[in-house]
Structures are given as structure tokens and as C-alpha cells.
Design a protein around this ligand. Structure first.
Ligand code: GLN
Ligand code: ZN
Length: 757
């Protein structure tokens, strides 16, 4: 039995990687120095895995930006607009693809399966694949020469790569795979010639809903790879879910198969036990959660391992994380500020490697040989589980009575609408914004001073009130119908609430790569979530006191808070969402009691948590909708609940947003307006809705006429009684002048179209 790893975080314990990239981009760091710095990080990452005692160490998973981009560039899939003329692609071409240049727009970026990692989308239209180098060969040679590591190169598999790429018709999938195959063959052949034994080929696409044709294609292409490079062993790695067609996948003509036994809902294990695992193949046992930050329960893990050992000899088992450790922070060693009970139950990448080695030893030598280490793991988890953090009587009681909690508003939408129309007397096509106004350098610096203690609480509060006052004035002058306070007191829409609710912790250094050099530090939901005091009431009430026009209260919804955090793994995610929802409900009620008549509960991340498997989607939507409704259903009919979501692919979500039963939803649509509106031609939608009439992601100020066009188009399928006029999303990243100009045009557009009704 061996221990293996599938990928290690690139960013470095001090985020050295990010700093190196960014100073290279600004010109502070010369290219040669960038190479030196990244090499240091790369080698120290490898050394660490070696020191932890990992038997199978991945090489080539390190990157200068993104591993999918690396693969595209290696295959010469460089769109024409970047002016590449053959030979070894330069770093400037590489980074232009990732980030854009003054002459060429960047390639698109999108989420890597259901993670928060974003990859650069390869563009195949018009591309002529050609091998521009062999980065895996370099990585392998470097690890061997410098550290004596016999590494296992990692490569994005052809099926996954082409499926994730764009610029071809669905029927051309096979053509593209076949076109790239000779390049894969060449890369693998060169590796084999250099003495490489095993290559890890990542095919996470096999854990999604693949079709029979795609499976047939996988058979064909792996058959060919194995035939063409007979001296190399291929380790086909899947993750993030159970494989779709277990028997077909494990029968692929490769030498090893890696399966995720953490995020598979038990289905991989069940399949192995039911169908067996083919003789002669190595089984990669993804036991340690590569997506979460918790120390594992060794008894659970060893149970899975024991079950697998019944059918597969030890010599064919590799114990490994469930996926690349790229999705977790580097190490808990720097988390000295956390409560020791919490700290004792955490495992980041380095600790996960230790767990991997420990479980391997327990399997190989017997539990007695590592009894003390196993006991330490058990104790760490038990201490947190039994702590008061996870056993709050009030929360437990509420959760026990969950079934009796209201998830339906008192009145029907029509009844609510009548009361709300009477209460507000708004014009048709009311204008509003999504919540935040520009977070100027002054706002950021004020928060910094306050956090550092340079400013007193009072000073900071005074500053926030001044900002609120200034922007209430601006909104009134612009003639907006429904105002917001501007969210100046918030750094981040999840962190802000996490800091005020019980059950959340914030790491000092728990950074994870989100895209390129951008890293995020997700909050940790480690205990029962409990409401202690109003979180947004003071600012909202203050804003409302300055204006006759309604001011919307502004909250982040339960599902978004959940999806943008690391979540405890001792409860179903659903239950954690319900706990958050019940806490938020108290805030909703507090706002209402304080006289706030419109309350927006944002759910921009609802779609992000969608399961990879169609089979699981319905269940997810059911509990996420329920969580939203738990937090918003107890208000009076005349209180108007708003929500906001930001994504353009929304056509398949109309049923879900209707189920939320929010009186008004605002959605990001300006970049796909036409398509979206077309979807309302097919489906009726009766609740209030604002389709963003301008794109806030660009500094451009769209003229009123352009927005009028969008409004008129929307009014062909939506009634003026239900349509709201708003920008696409919050305005916190924009500058003050462009914001005021764009909103001015937006109000003017609304007024113009009103005259035509
Ligand atoms: N209310 C938030 C804001 O305006 C919504 C942000 C979001 O949708 N991501 O900033
Ligand atoms: Zn948004």
C-alpha cells in the first residue's frame, strides 16, 4: 500500500507565489527573477511532500497561472489575437491570454467544476494544435535532479480538456479529441523515454453526467494512448463526485484509476463493493477530503479502506486525498489566533498529507503501529464536537422544531402586491440599485484605521454615517425610487455577517487560490450558527431617517453564506443552511420591526452550489429554496422581500426563482439580455423582476438610449407592473463619477419609457 498526492497548493505559505506574479506584472520583478522565485516555491512544495513521507508525488501541477491554460499553451492553442507566431510561447503571450493585453481581450475564465477555482477556457475555433514544448518533462527532470524525487507528472486528460474548451460544435467533440491525441501521445512518449513510470491523467469530467458517446470516446482514446505509449503506465484520476458509469470507467484500458471516496455520496464505494475492481489495476483511494479544512475521522476512513481491502490487494492500493489540495489553504501552523479547540480539529494541505501518510501506515502496519497519532486525530475532532460551540441549546431546539417553522408568506403574491403597491405608491418601472456604492480608497482606509485601532468605534461610525448621508443625498438628487444605504460598513458580503453571527471563525492565513493570483480567505463555519444582536439595523434605520423614499435593508442570504465558506462536516450542509436561515430571519424581523419595509436577501451564490450530477440537483434546489424561505417568510404582507442573483445563465432557473417567492428579484443580465428575455417568451413569470439594464463590470457609462432599448425589449414579455429598473449588480468596484453618471442615465431611461406606457 502506498500514499499518494494529486496536486499541491501553488500559492506558498506566505502567498509568495501571488506576490511574485503581481510584481512581475507591474514590472518590478524581472522575468529571470520571476523564474527563480517560482522555482524556489515549486521545489519547496516538492520537498515538503517528500518530507511528509508521500510515496507518489505529483510534478507539473505547479503553474505560472492556471493548469488548464498551461495545457492549452503546451498544445499551441493560442488564439490569433495574441499575435503568437510559433516557437516557445513567451510569458507575455501566456499572461495576455490570462489577463488580456492592450490589443487583445483575455480568454474567458470560468469555475472549475463545482469549486471556487477558476480556469482559463481554451478556445478551439480556428486553432491548429501543435506541441510548443513539454512542460511535464521539465518538471519531472527538475524534481529528479534537484531533489531525487521520482515524480508522477500530472496532465489534464483529453476528454476533460476538450469538454471544458469552447469554440466548437457539440458534434465535434470526438474530432477535437482525435486532433489532440497525437500531441498527447508525443508528450507521453517523451516522458516514457525519460524514464517516467506513471502519469496521472485527470479526467474529472467522468464524474459528471457523461453520455454513452463520451464514454465510447474515452474507450477509444485511452485504448489508443496505451497502444501508442506501451511502456508508460496511466493513472486515470477522477474527483468531486462518483464516476458516472463505474463499470465502464474502471474497464478503461489504463493501469490505475483514482476515485473520490469523500464527495461521492458513498456511490463509488458501493460500486466497488458491488461490481468489484478489475484485476491488475491500481486503485487510488481518495480518502482525505481535498475540499474541506477539517481533520478526518480516522475510524470512518479506515472503515472505507478496510472494505476496499476485501476486494483489492494492498499492493494495488494508493491512499490519497480526494482531489488536488489546491482547494485548501497551505498549513494550519500559522493559525495561532484561533481557539485551540477549533485549531485542533483543522487540517489544511500539509496536515492532509500527514493524514494520508498516517492512514497508509495504519493500513499497512495495522492501527496499533500508529495508535497515538490516530488517537490524537480522534481527540481533536471529539473536542470540537463536544464543545459548547457545537452544542448550543437554543439552536438545537430550533433545529428540532424546524418542521413547524413557517416557509410560506401569509398572503399570496397577488395579495402582497396589492398591499405593497398601496403602501409605496411607486411609479411603474421603479428604479433602484443592488446595494453597494463605491468602496473608495477613503472607505477602505477608514476601515483599516478602525481595524488597527487607530480610529475609535465612534470615529468610524461617524464616517460611515457621513457616507450614508452623502449617498442618500445623491440618490435623491438622481431621482431613484428605492434607495439603499450603500454597504460602506462591509468589507465583504459574507465576512461581514460571519463576524456578527456566532459559529463563524476567521483564519489568519487560510488563503485559497480563486483565479490567477487572486486568493480568497473563506470564513469557517465551525459551530452552531446563532444570532446575537442586530447586524444591519442601525445603518439601515439611519439611512431611512434621511429620506421619505423607501430604503431597502440589505442582507446576504443563507445559501450564499454557506457556499462561500468552509463548512463544518459533522452536519449535512442543508442543516447548516437552515441554521443560518433562522439566524437571518431574526435580522429580517428586526429590520421590519424597526420600520424598514423592503428587505433584500442576496443569493448570488445559489447557483454555484449546484451538484455536478443531475440526479442531485432537485434535492439541492429544494433545501436551498427552503433556506431562503425560512429567512423571509415571517414578514407582513406589506413588507416587500427582494432578492438578487448575479449570473447570466439563468434560463434553467426560472422555476427556482419563482419558488423563492420573493416579491422582487433583480438579476444580472446585461451581458445576455436578449437570450434571457427570450426565455420569458416561453415561460410566464408573474413576480416583480429587475433585469439589470447595464453592466457594472465595466467603467463604461451607457447612454440612456441604450438602456431604453433594453427596457422596451423586456416589456415585450414582462408587464410594466412587474418590471424594475436597476443595474446588474452592486456598484462597490466602480468609481463615484461613473456611478453617478450611469445611474443618472438609467433614471432618465426609465422616465422616458414611462411616458410611452
Ligand atoms: N448587495 C450586494 C452588493 O451590492 C450584492 C453583491 C453581489 O451580488 N455579489 O454589493
Ligand atoms: Zn450581483
Amino acid at each position: 500500500m502506498k500514499s499518494g498526492n494529486l496536486g499541491y497548493p501553488r500559492i506558498g505559505l506566505e502567498r509568495q507565489w501571488k506576490k511574485a506574479l503581481e510584481s512581475f506584472w507591474t514590472g518590478e520583478l524581472a522575468e529571470a527573477d520571476l523564474h527563480t522565485r517560482l522555482k524556489e516555491i515549486r521545489l519547496s512544495n516538492l520537498r515538503l511532500q517528500q518530507e511528509k513521507g508521500i510515496d507518489i508525488i505529483p510534478v507539473g501541477d505547479f503553474t505560472y497561472y492556471d493548469h488548464v491554460l498551461d495545457t492549452a499553451v503546451m498544445f499551441g492553442l493560442i488564439p490569433r489575437r495574441f499575435g503568437y507566431e510559433g516557437g516557445t510561447p513567451s510569458l507575455s503571450v501566456y499572461y495576455a491570454m490570462a489577463r488580456g493585453s492592450k490589443d487583445a481581450a483575455a480568454c474567458e475564465m470560468t469555475k472549475w467544476f463545482n469549486t471556487n477555482y477558476h480556469y482559463i477556457v481554451p478556445e478551439l475555433d480556428g486553432a491548429r494544435p501543435v506541441l510548443t514544448g513539454n512542460r511535464l518533462l521539465e518538471a519531472y527532470a527538475e524534481a529528479k535532479e534537484e531533489l531525487g524525487i521520482e515524480g508522477r507528472p500530472v496532465l489534464v486528460g483529453p476528454l476533460t480538456f476538450v469538454k471544458l474548451a469552447k469554440g466548437y460544435a457539440p458534434g465535434e467533440l470526438g474530432d477535437w479529441v482525435r486532433r489532440l491525441l497525437p500531441l498527447y501521445v508525443q508528450v507521453l512518449r517523451e516522458l516514457a523515454e525519460a524514464g517516467v513510470q506513471w502519469v496521472q491523467v485527470d479526467e474529472p469530467i467522468l464524474s459528471t453526467n457523461v453520455t454513452a458517446e463520451e464514454l465510447a470516446l474515452a474507450e477509444e482514446l485511452y485504448g489508443q494512448l496505451v497502444r501508442e505509449v506501451p511502456d508508460l503506465r496511466l493513472f486515470l484520476q477522477t474527483y468531486f463526485e462518483a464516476v458516472e458509469a463505474y463499470e465502464k470507467v474502471v474497464a478503461l484500458p489504463v493501469h490505475g484509476i483514482g476515485l473520490d471516496f469523500v464527495h461521492d455520496g458513498g456511490r463509488n464505494l458501493e460500486a466497488v463493493l458491488r461490481c468489484g475492481f478489475p484485476d491488475g489495476k491500481v486503485l487510488g483511494v481518495g480518502l482525505v477530503d481535498g475540499r474541506n479544512i477539517w481533520a478526518c475521522d480516522p475510524d470512518d476512513k479506515l472503515k472505507v479502506l478496510a472494505a476496499l481491502r476485501n476486494g483489492v490487494e494492498d499492493s494495488r492500493l494508493v491512499v490519497q486525498p480526494s482531489c488536488s489540495l489546491l482547494h485548501v489553504p497551505v498549513s494550519t501552523v500559522k493559525e495561532t489566533g484561533l481557539d485551540p479547540v477549533l485549531h485542533g480539529a483543522l487540517a489544511f494541505a500539509d496536515q492532509k498529507l500527514e493524514e494520508t501518510v498516517l492512514l497508509t501506515k495504519a493500513g499497512k502496519l495495522g492501527e496499533a503501529a500508529v495508535a497515538a497519532e490516530l488517537e490524537a486525530l480522534r481527540k481533536g475532532r471529539a473536542a470540537l464536537n463536544e464543545s459548547s460551540f457545537r452544542n448550543k441549546a437554543g439552536v438545537r431546539k430550533q433545529m428540532a422544531g424546524l418542521a413547524a417553522q413557517p416557509v410560506t408568506r401569509a398572503g399570496t403574491f397577488e395579495e402582497r402586491r396589492e398591499r405593497q403597491e398601496k403602501r409605496w405608491q411607486l411609479p411603474l418601472l421603479p428604479t433602484t440599485t443592488i446595494g453597494s456604492f463605491p468602496q473608495t480608497p477613503e472607505v477602505r482606509s477608514a476601515r483599516r484605521k478602525w481595524r488597527k485601532g487607530e480610529w475609535t468605534e465612534e470615529q468610524y461610525q461617524r464616517f460611515i454615517r457621513e457616507e450614508i448621508g452623502r449617498w442618500i443625498g445623491i440618490q435623491q438628487e438622481l431621482g431613484l425610487d428605492v434607495l439603499v444605504h450603500g454597504e460602506f460598513e462591509r468589507n465583504d458580503m459574507v465576512e461581514f455577517f460571519g463576524e456578527k453571527l456566532e459559529g463563524f471563525a476567521f483564519t489568519g492565513n487560510g488563503w485559497v487560490q480563486s483565479y490567477g493570483s487572486r486568493c480568497v480567505k473563506p470564513p469557517v463555519i465551525f459551530g452552531d450558527v446563532e444570532y446575537t444582536a442586530p447586524m444591519t439595523v442601525a445603518e439601515t434605520v439611519y439611512a431611512q431617517s434621511l429620506s421619505e423614499a423607501p430604503v431597502k435593508g440589505m442582507l446576504t442570504g443563507p445559501v450564499t453564506i454557506l457556499n462561500w465558506s468552509f463548512v463544518r462536516d459533522d452536519l449535512p450542509r442543508r442543516d447548516v443552511a437552515f441554521q443560518i436561515a433562522l439566524a437571518l430571519r431574526q435580522e429580517v424581523e428586526a429590520l421590519e420591526a424597526a420600520g424598514i419595509g423592503m428587505i433584500q436577501v442576496d443569493e448570488p451564490a445559489l447557483r454555484e452550489g449546484l451538484p455536478l450530477k443531475q440526479l442531485l440537483v432537485e434535492e439541492y434546489l429544494e433545501w436551498t429554496v427552503k433556506a431562503f424561505r425560512l429567512s423571509t417568510s415571517t414578514v407582513k404582507d406589506e413588507t416587500q422581500i427582494h432578492t438578487h442573483m448575479c449570473y447570466c445563465e439563468f434560463q434553467d432557473m426560472i422555476g427556482t426563482i419563482r419558488a423563492l417567492d420573493a416579491d422582487v428579484i433583480s438579476i444580472e443580465t446585461s451581458r445576455s439580455h436578449g437570450e434571457l428575455i427570450a426565455s420569458f417568451e416561453e415561460e410566464t413569470y408573474e413576480l416583480g423582476i429587475g433585469l439589470g439594464v447595464y453592466d457594472i463590470h465595466s467603467p463604461r457609462v451607457p447612454p440612456a438610449a441604450e438602456m431604453e432599448g433594453m427596457i422596451r425589449r423586456a416589456l415585450q414579455v414582462l408587464s410594466p407592473r412587474q418590471f424594475w429598473i436597476n443595474p446588474d449588480c452592486g456598484l462597490k468596484t466602480r468609481r463615484m463619477l461613473e456611478t453617478v453618471a450611469a445611474l443618472g442615465n438609467m433614471v432618465q431611461a426609465a422616465k422616458q419609457v414611462r411616458t410611452e406606457l
